[in-house]
Design a protein around this ligand. Structure first.
Ligand code: AMP
Length: 469
């Protein structure tokens, strides 16, 4: 299938060609004709599938076809995105695909001054891309009129709900005319997302791009059973031994991201952190440093990394396993963008064992185990309560008590606004008491010490000598 078989107008086809895109991705192939045909759509797809163009192209086309006379002062399309980064990226797609059209767009998001955004709005924009919080500010100040919106796009709906934006979204949606075309994108289809679609979409057509289509086939995946205290050493060894040069490391907690960056820098590895506590300026700088290669490693939390489009990431490392299996697919999808291949390594502590099972169930695939010098039998063999994160115990509670030695406070502090950020922060020394793990020492081939120079089928040294569990 070619783009020109999708009834896309010439100026957009030229823009797609300029970008070097030859064929529509599956989500684009399915969604673009539906949207051009005035249907409401719920797309189950995540970052990396080409979902942005799947709505940007038809929105541009329909606005262009319906344009007559001078530009309206109020936006005719509204795109809501959960994070600043995603909003900026969507705006870049409007720039890219709309370069031969006379449509104006603006991205508004928090963390930067509202004044310039207001001034641009006053000159009139066709398309407004917004994070819910900043849009609410603008609405409350009477600086934006949503009464002319014809297209309402909600990107990463599940993430928006997760971040506690549901009330804002409902309020925003109630300010938009009922006669509009609606599109939701969500990586997962929870009951809450389904409820939201009932409220906002009219007989939506569901387009499903299952995670396994994008991630599992092309990405080499490997799990390292390990204790918390050894994770940093393993990370440093892997990066050095395998001469990795564009590595995205995922962590569960914001403060841990900074600690890892410090440890990496101490080991001579340039690194940046991106998470919710960073200012917009810091995030942009970190992202640019990573994109242009000044920083070899980016350490990120799920929310901060959502929607970030960075090309040529060779390795994704789950320093902490995600507590929702869908997030695993999101994360590793970063290394196989637009059909490229990549490698995903996951560190699994005892208390992550159940998460690992859930991930394997979701992806319908058993992840191969790496033999390495920090191998922990405790982690590998954990069952029952030891295979789960310890229950949280209120303020500053230890949140510990299972076999995971010296590690941080369970999952309570994961970067997820709707769940708070508690959980034994001060305990995360990365050293702590012994977990009683059975480290295999010289067993297997170490990622450190360079005993072997052989290469695995993917060309990675740490992944060789894998065993099936
Ligand atoms: P997205 O899922 O929208 O974040 O897109 C993921 C990446 O795929 C981005 O870098 C896009 O620029 C790229 N992309 C989108 N559509 C296509 C296409 N049809 N062919 C090749 N790359 C694409």
């Amino acid at each position: 299938m070619k783009f020109d078989e999708l009834n896309i107008i010439d100026p957009i086809l030229r823009a797609l060609e300029n970008k070097g895109y030859k064929n529509p991705s599956p989500i684009q192939e399915k969604t673009i004709p539906l949207l051009l045909d005035d249907k409401d759509v719920i797309g189950i797809a995540q970052t990396g599938t080409g979902k942005t163009a799947a709505f940007v192209v038809p929105v541009l086309q329909k606005l262009h076809e319906r344009s007559n006379g001078p530009r309206s002062k109020s936006p005719r399309a509204l795109v809501l995105a959960p994070t600043r980064e995603l909003a900026i990226q969507i705006a870049m797609s409007f720039t890219d695909y709309g370069r031969f059209l006379n449509l104006k767009h603006l991205a508004v998001y928090g963390g930067v001054s509202i004044g310039p955004q207001i001034r641009t709005l006053q000159h009139g924009v066709d398309i407004l891309i917004a994070t819910p919080g900043r849009l609410m500010d603008l609405m409350n100040q009477g600086k934006v009129d949503l009464g002319k919106v014809e297209f309402f796009v909600l990107d990463e709906a599940d993430r928006m709900l997760d971040m506690g934006f549901v009330r804002d979204i409902k309020k925003i949606a109630s300010s938009i005319p009922k006669e509009r075309q609606g599109l939701f994108f969500s990586a997962t289809m929870s009951n809450t997302v389904a409820d939201l679609t009932l409220d906002f979409l009219k007989d939506p057509v569901r387009v499903d791009i299952a995670p396994e289509h994008i991630a599992v086939d092309k990405i080499e995946q490997c799990v390292f059973f390990i204790d918390q205290r050894d994770k940093i050493d393993l990370l440093i060894d892997l990066i050095k031994q395998q001469k990795m040069n564009k590595v995205l490391v995922f962590v569960g907690m914001k403060y841990r991201a900074d600690k890892i960056v410090t440890a990496l820098e101490r080991a001579g590895i340039s690194a940046e952190a991106i998470h919710g506590n960073k200012s917009q300026h810091q995030r942009t700088r970190a992202l640019n440093n990573f994109k242009n290669g000044r920083a070899m490693v980016m350490v990120a939390t799920d929310i901060a990394a959502r929607g970030i489009d960075i090309k040529d990431i060779g390795h994704v490392i789950n320093f902490d396993l995600p507590n929702e299996p869908e997030n695993y697919v999101h994360r590793i999808g970063r290394t196989a963008r637009a059909g490229k291949e990549g490698t995903a390594y996951s560190f699994c502590e005892a208390c992550d064992r159940n998460f690992l099972h859930q991930i394997e169930r979701l992806t319908k695939r058993r992840i191969e185990q790496a033999d390495h010098k920090y191998h922990s039998l405790t982690a590998k063999n954990a069952v029952g309560n030891a295979a789960k994160p310890a229950p949280r115990r209120g303020f500053g509670g230890s949140g510990r008590g299972n076999s995971r030695g010296g590690s941080s406070g369970g999952r309570g502090g994961r970067d997820n606004r709707s769940r708070g950020n508690s959980g034994g922060r001060s305990r995360d020394s990365g050293r702590g008491r012994s977990s009683g793990s059975d480290r295999s020492g010289g067993h297997g081939r170490s990622a450190r010490g360079g005993e072997s120079r052989g290469r695995s089928r993917s060309g990675n040294s740490a992944g060789r000598n894998r065993s099936r569990r």
